[in-house]
Ligand binder design. Structure first.
Ligand SMILES: NC(=O)c1ccc[n+]([C@@H]2O[C@H](COP(=O)([O-])OP(=O)(O)OC[C@H]3O[C@@H](n4cnc5c(N)ncnc54)[C@H](O)[C@@H]3O)[C@@H](O)[C@H]2O)c1
Length: 250
């Protein structure tokens, strides 16, 4: 018996980085995984990798900047799979910019996906889960929600919203048997920050500042997501699990 046997899981941002590893881990643990993202070729590649490990996965493309698309994704899964047991909100956009230089468009690009899209995808899924009396949501926030860093104030503020939303949803949906938690990653090697990490001086600063002395790997975040989504965490809701090599501890 695997941890997610027979369960249907949607993973937004499942075509890349952290979301991709979450898809592979859920599929390996028996879930029927709906891999969502904007890039079909990458989505199909994720599904292929999941199947190679004996899992079940299919791609569902969605741009989560618009409410209708968030709802359409959830409705489509419900129609095709008949249930939604797990939603992992991993889709995200990251833009660097000092506060004086942050344009409205950059704020909108990040908040539309990272917070608004997450809210309206969750809204639909939570309504379905609450109606059925069970379900789990895991939101990917960031240590940027917990500690400041120069040049990413807008991202930090928006991820702070994800943490607040996690707690609010946990309290709102607990009476209906639905759990909502977050994982707050530190610096993880994914396409999102590959350019930044390719700058030796930047990488050196990050590694020096990280007690464990290295960046995280996507599968290490996936491990935390599966714990929160799974049966071992049945008494855990409204929590944020920091996975950051000790960054926020010092
Ligand atoms: N990599 C890190 O160091 C790090 C640290 C903290 C938090 N995070 C968060 O983890 C999550 C995953 O990031 P990642 O590092 O794997 O990045 P990534 O760039 O590898 O993946 C981002 C995913 O989001 C999806 N996405 C982007 N715009 C979208 C849109 N408009 N509609 C739907 N999907 C869209 C992409 O298709 C992709 O699947 C994000 O929420 C990110 O903010 C990442």
């Amino acid at each position: 018996m695997r941890r997610f046997d027979g369960q249907v899981a949607i993973v937004t941002g499942g075509t890349s980085g952290i979301g991709r590893e979450v898809c592979l881990a859920l599929a390996a643990e028996g879930a029927r995984v709906v891999v969502s993202g904007t890039d079909e070729a990458r989505g199909e590649a994720t599904c292929e990798a999941a199947r190679a490990e004996g899992g079940i996965a299919r791609f569902a493309g969605a741009r989560l900047n618009r409410v209708e698309d968030c709802h359409r994704l959830v409705d489509g899964v419900l129609e095709r799979e008949g249930a939604i047991d797990v939603l992992v909100n991993a889709a995200g956009v990251f833009e660097v910019g000092a506060t004086p230089e942050t344009a409205e468009a950059a704020w909108d690009r990040m908040s539309d996906v990272n917070l608004k899209g997450l809210f309206f995808t969750g809204q639909r899924a939570l309504t379905v889960m609450a109606g059925r009396g069970s379900g789990v949501v895991v939101n990917i926030s960031s240590i940027g929600a917990l500690v400041g860093a120069p040049g990413i104030a807008a991202y930090c503020a928006i991820k702070g919203g994800v943490e607040a939303l996690t707690r609010a949803w946990a309290v709102e949906f607990a009476p209906q048997g639905v759990r909502v938690n977050a994982v707050a990653p530190g610096n993880v090697e994914t396409p999102m920050n590959a350019q930044m990490m390719a700058r030796p001086e930047h990488l050196a600063t990050i590694l020096e500042r990280t007690p464990l002395g290295r960046n995280g790997r996507p599968h290490e975040i996936a491990g935390a997501v599966l714990y929160l989504a799974g049966p071992e965490a049945q008494f855990v809701t409204g929590a944020s699990l920091v996975v950051d090599g000790g960054w926020t501890a010092q």
